[in-house]
Design a protein around this ligand. Structure first.
Ligand SMILES: Cc1cc2nc3c(=O)[nH]c(=O)nc-3n(C[C@H](O)[C@H](O)[C@H](O)COP(=O)(O)O)c2cc1C
Ligand code: SF4
Length: 510
């Protein structure tokens, strides 16, 4: 095959040479130049380079494969995928975020594209006496146990953790400004608080195992530093503290900041070496068992002058999680909230196996934590924040029905900023300036336009939640329970989620 390809290329090159000899105009000269460049490339591919066998066997032609491989995602997205099969977030869901963010028409024509008879199809039942959605309440929740003195009146939808470093400064600014306009909260992510977070919006200050903004390096280890933490925690913008144990996309693995994205500015904020890959350790240095964890939570709460303190985790071993909740009950001291991230959660960068095969999916993790809190009498003290591909109002309602008090959303807010799901967040080449530190690409995201989109998406999604709840004949979002959501099993077998996720003996009173 190699010889045939080379022969064709050389013959074309000779023909171009003959053409120029008899008709030496500009067009033909350009043609000859291109043909000669292709010939040289073919010789390089076939004889000089030794790394790629495919290119040696199929000179030049094999390069098309590389181009298609590179552009596969885009080709798939633009030409192949339909509304329901894009991954990880399908086109229908992405479109509703874009429409709500831009305040565009958000109705659909002709009828559902979903197959309502397929196994796994989910729906809620409406009432013959729907309510007026303008009068639905329950869109805010007070977070703070009896151990906390500065409870936070939270929206039921907030921005889940994403750091400056993972996201660009313009993305962080637009998120925080949108949060300020809309009256909800923005989780800093484990990268600490940057100037871009301080745009006046409410913050949830996340403390990860790298203790960025909450610690320092000591003998090659990152350790918690009470003074550094306190300086950030008492800022008026900080309304709650979240201690990150794990996240769904890489449970048991610390955060990863790729070297390319670790700019001088980010390195300074995190007190690390610039342009090196920064791996946070998998576990905290400040505690190594539940008793120490409880002491640490209390210490953090006191340093934060009584603000609510929570933990974020993806459920792993159920027994271990139950042990933890049991320890909270025994010590009569606990976090003010538990943020549960599903195994389907997003990330800027994670090892494949961790993303694909570690961590309990949200519905199982959430219902397990909910019933365990009820079992140990802690449901009233500890609020649950759930995150894992919550995009539209149905997702929100489903997670609330299964026991969440508040929903965290990360990728949908990225979409509201203009993310096109190019999935290059770990490469520093994000084409829309959301997840990159490349100065030119960052400029693509204009804060003054995108902040409004963040606000709009939040407001419109909340409105859609109220409309659904009103259609169900309820007066408050808090009235929706797992028994109101239904899933098709085999054939005509339709079961409510309380039967699937909660055994009959388990009390489901919040
Ligand atoms: C770009 C990006 C960065 C993230 N950074 C963090 C982080 O710093 N800390 C954390 O706990 N989770 C982080 N996450 C996980 C999200 O906070 C969230 O838990 C997860 O993506 C599930 O929400 P989603 O499905 O709405 O995206 C990140 C997710 C994304 C997409
Ligand atoms: S556009 Fe692509 S690279 Fe940019 S944030 Fe979205 S998924 Fe990540």
């Amino acid at each position: 095959m190699r010889d045939t390809i080379l022969s064709v290329i050389i013959v074309v090159n000779i023909l171009c040479g003959v053409l120029v000899y008899f008709m030496p105009d500009l067009g033909n000269v350009i043609l000859l130049t291109i043909a000669s460049a292709v010939t040289l490339l073919a010789i390089y591919d076939a004889f000089l380079q030794k790394k790629h066998s495919l290119m040696r066997a199929f000179p030049v032609v094999a390069r098309l494969r590389w181009i298609f491989e590179e552009e596969r995602e885009k080709i798939q997205q633009y030409f192949i995928e339909d509304d329901l099969n894009g991954k990880p977030i399908n086109r229908e869901k992405r479109s509703i975020v874009y429409q709500r963010s831009k305040e565009e028409i958000e109705t659909v024509p002709f009828g559902t594209q979903h197959n309502v008879y397929r196994k796994g199809y989910e729906f809620v039942k409406h009432s013959l006496f729907p309510k007026d959605h303008h009068h639905i309440n329950g869109e805010r929740v007070l977070i703070g146990s009896d151990k906390c003195t500065k409870k936070y009146d939270a929206s039921i939808i907030n921005i889940s953790a994403m750091s400056f470093g993972s996201l660009s400064k313009n993305a962080v600014m637009a998120l925080n400004q949108g949060v300020k306009m809309g009256g909800f909260a923005h989780n800093t992510g484990e990268g600490g608080i940057s100037p871009y977070h301080l745009q006046g919006g409410d913050l949830i200050f996340q403390v990860g195992t790298g203790y960025f903004g909450a610690g320092r390096s000591l003998n090659g280890k990152r350790v918690f530093d009470a003074e550094i933490f306190k300086k950030n925690a008492v800022r008026p913008e900080v309304k709650m503290i979240e201690i990150k144990l794990s996240q769904g996309a890489k449970p048991g693995h610390g955060g990863i900041l790729p070297a390319k994205k670790n700019t001088k500015e980010i390195a300074e904020i995190r007190s690390v070496e610039p342009f090196t890959r920064v791996d946070s350790p998998p576990a905290h240095d400040a505690f190594s068992n539940f008793e120490e964890m409880i002491v640490f939570i209390q210490q953090v709460r006191e340093l934060a002058q009584g603000k609510p303190v929570g933990i974020k985790l993806c459920v792993g071993d159920n027994d271990e999680v139950e042990e933890m909740i049991k320890a909270f009950a025994k010590a009569n001291n606990y976090p003010d909230f538990i943020a549960i991230d599903g195994g389907e959660g997003g990330t800027g960068s994670a090892p494949l196996e961790f993303s694909n095969y570690i961590g309990t999916p949200l519905l199982e993790g959430l219902s397990f934590v909910n019933k365990t809190l009820i079992k140990y009498g802690l449901k009233k003290q500890i609020k649950i924040i759930a995150s894992g591909k919550a995009i539209d109002a149905f997702d929100v309602i489903k997670y609330l029905a299964l026991g969440a008090d508040v929903i965290g959303m990360a990728r949908s807010f990225m979409l509201s900023l203009g993310c096109i799901q190019a999935r290059e967040c770990n490469l520093d080449t994000c084409p829309v300036g959301v997840a990159t530190q490349d100065k030119d690409l960052v400029k693509a995201l204009v804060v003054e336009y995108k902040n409004v989109r963040v606000k709009n998406y939040h407001k419109k999604t909340l409105n859609a939640v109220k409309e659904m709840v009103a259609a169900m004949g309820k007066e408050s979002i808090t009235e929706v329970e797992a028994k109101h959501i239904f899933r098709r099993g085999k054939d005509a077998n339709i079961t409510s989620l309380d039967k699937i996720y909660y055994a009959e003996s388990e009390v489901l009173v919040n």
